[in-house]
Ligand binder design. Structure first.
Ligand code: NAP
Length: 303
């Protein structure tokens, strides 16, 4: 099946292009970007031009930042093409509700991806937790924004989500593996004095679960979550890729490179089945943190 990639920036080039190149299901047939290019692939600056010129391309994958995503997503669905969305699936929840209804009306697939959910150890962690009583959970998601989002001013603009851009990955795993629903109880958000989105956040969730997100981590990066249960301690490390039970290795793989091939395999399966997958539960937690959280002003941040 032919697919077009829209928004040729860091994640498109780091992950989507290589995942498509090795996919047995997909052929990368075009890109849409004002500046970005994928070598050897036909390039369009505007999405409408690509949709008009290439009726043979049945699916589109959007790698744009969340704020400009909605207009492009609507254009794709109105043109009757299947649509795959990078996380987070929109700038607001209402946008994604509209896209979900539009996809259904058009009879096409909408896949709102959560790449961390397909990390190597997430399914095993979910199975292990399924019949346990969780006493406490602790998420620590601390990374260097200069390394993972070099010069991306959009991430600190309104709608860019700031530290929730990576933090929502942790919440996507949490909402996948917990055997019970979870909701936000309180939050504290640190906004740099010169920015519109938080650089750090601390969340308190139901079930005695806390989350510590920080974009200012130097040196080793931390994407961990730990759960103390009635039958021992489970830890997920490296963004859901490595599993530990009671401190001992229990599976997974110390690599993030399996996530995007798994997403494209899932997209192919959804298209073949005529199904969609849109779960907004991670985004609800983030929206609620902005609604309920208290706000601190911290030092200005420059890339
Ligand atoms: P990025 O490097 O800034 O790339 C996004 C591309 O979108 C830009 O290069 C730009 O290409 C295009 N674009 C169109 N309208 C834009 C606008 N108004 N502002 C900025 N760019 C615009 O961002 P990214 O890191 O690839 O992230 C894109 C999405 O992937 C985000 O939702 C992010 O959460 C997700 N993601 C990122 C990572 C990561 O490690 N960076 C990991 C997983 C998921 P043109 O100028 O050529 O049009």
């Amino acid at each position: 099946m032919k697919i077009a990639l829209v928004g040729i920036g860091k994640i498109a080039l780091d992950q989507h292009v290589p995942a498509l190149a090795s996919s047995p299901d997909w052929e990368l047939a075009a890109t849409v970007s004002r500046h970005g290019r994928a070598p050897g692939i036909e390039a369009f600056p505007r999405i409408e031009d690509m949709l008009d010129a290439r009726p043979d391309i049945g699916a589109v994958s959007l790698c744009l930042p969340p704020v400009p995503r909605f207009e492009a997503a609507q254009a794709v669905l109105r043109a009757g093409r299947h649509l795959m969305l990078e996380k987070p699936p929109g700038a607001t929840l209402a946008e994604v509700h509209i896209l979900r209804d539009l996809a259904q009306a058009q009879g096409v697939t909408l896949y709102a991806t959560w790449h961390s959910r397909v990390a190597h150890a997430v399914a095993a962690a979910k199975a292990w937790l399924a019949d346990r009583v969780i006493h406490e959970g602790r998420i620590t998601w601390r990374e260097d924004v200069r390394k993972w989002h070099p010069g991306q001013d959009w991430i600190f603009q309104a709608g860019g989500m700031g530290v929730f851009d990576p933090g929502i990955n942790a919440l996507s795993i949490l909402t996948e593996i917990l055997p019970m629903p979870v909701h936000l109880r309180a939050a504290e958000l640190d906004f740099p004095e010169n920015r519109q989105a938080p650089i750090a956040a601390r969340l308190a969730l139901s079930g005695n679960i806390t989350a510590d997100f920080d974009f200012r981590q130097q040196g080793p990066q931390t994407w961990d979550m730990e759960f103390w249960t009635d039958a021992g301690r489970l830890a997920l490390r490296l963004g859901g890729n490595v599993l530990e039970i009671d401190g001992a290795d229990a599976g997974g793989e110390a690599s993030i490179m399996g996530e995007y091939p798994a997403l494209y395999a899932r997209m192919a399966e959804l298209v073949r089945r005529g199904a969609s997958e849109v779960d907004l539960s991670p985004m609800v937690l983030v929206a609620d943190a902005f609604t309920l959280g208290s706000r601190n002003t911290v030092d200005a941040f420059e890339f």
